[in-house]
Write a protein that binds this ligand. Structure first.
Ligand code: OAD
Length: 260
């Protein structure tokens, strides 16, 4: 039997028997939608751009138009991207099993694929808010064909503050409610699918270990595994867009067999 389908079948059996399943996703989840990951090769965002100059509160204070322009470029990239079969497979499996999604991604591809109740540990690109009074702000009209480093003055808030992206920058705390929910999901799930994260950024990287210590079966779906062998039960060396649809199909087949 093909490796991929053998793994999918075994894993689907665990999911069919599970009370709760957690999908913990990172940038690799969106890679096949054409959104760059942060690390890995010359194409990673942090190989091409300096995070200190673009993704910190200090950078915002020093040069808000540079930071805003870069995030507007990223917003345009996400607006152009579409969820892939892996995103859709997660949403489809959620109608068959109790599945929660906790993501480090600031894009909205899980939601656009149909997942509801997605926990965003690192914020959301489009949840714009004032840097002074915290009021939510709408997205300005899309910027067309602007370069990543083209400066743009951020919109002004009525209070006199500036509109900033809704993401968590280096040196900022994670949104408290999101973190609490992530920990609760990790502690109460029987199966955890860790998809497309290098496991290098804390505290998100601690969730698989936390889940495993609480008794979950932890599977890493990643062509280049990042977690240590003692942190996960199974490394599935495959991409999100290939592995997850296979898993959803195997789950469908098993549930159909069980009910027929
Ligand atoms: P990284 O860019 O660090 O890691 C991406 C991971 O995805 C790597 O392990 C790749 O091997 C894997 N990968 C690549 N393509 C894949 C595919 N098609 N299918 C499955 N996996 C694939 O991204 P994150 O771990 O998400 O934080 O990064 C964590 C945080 O670091 C981000 O949320 C961001 C960044 O700095 C903030 O901005 C606060």
């Amino acid at each position: 039997m093909h490796d991929r389908s053998a793994i999918a079948t075994a894993l689907a059996a665990r999911i069919a028997a599970a009370h709760r399943v957690l999908v913990l996703s990172g940038a690799g989840m969106s890679a096949e939608s054409g959104i760059a990951t942060f690390r890995g090769g010359d194409h990673g965002l942090w190989a091409r751009f300096d995070p200190q100059a673009l993704a910190t509160p200090e950078a915002w204070r020093a040069d808000a138009p540079l930071v805003w322009g870069w995030y507007r470029w990223r917003m345009a990239g996400v607006r152009d991207a579409q969820p892939h079969a892996g995103h859709r497979a997660i949403a489809a499996m959620a109608s068959r099993a109790e599945i929660a999604v906790v993501t480090q991604n600031v894009d909205d591809l899980h939601e656009r694929a149909g997942s509801v109740d997605v926990v965003h540990l690192h914020g959301e690109l489009f949840a714009l808010r004032c840097d002074r009074c915290d009021m939510r702000a709408g997205e300005p009209p899309p910027r067309v064909d602007a370069a990543a480093t083209e400066r743009e003055t951020p919109p002004a808030c009525v209070c006199g503050g500036r509109v900033r992206p809704g993401v968590v920058w280096f040196g900022e705390s994670l949104p408290e409610a999101a973190w609490r929910r992530a920990v609760a999901h990790a502690g109460s799930s029987d199966v955890v699918l860790v998809v497309g994260t290098s496991g290098l950024v804390q505290p998100a990287a601690s969730l698989p270990g936390l889940a495993r210590r609480a008794g979950a079966f932890v599977v890493e779906i990643n062509p280049q595994p990042g977690f240590r062998a003692d942190e996960v039960d199974l490394h599935w060396r495959d991409t999100a867009a290939h592995a997850l649809p296979e898993l959803a199909a195997a789950l469908d087949a098993q549930l159909a067999e069980a009910s027929g």
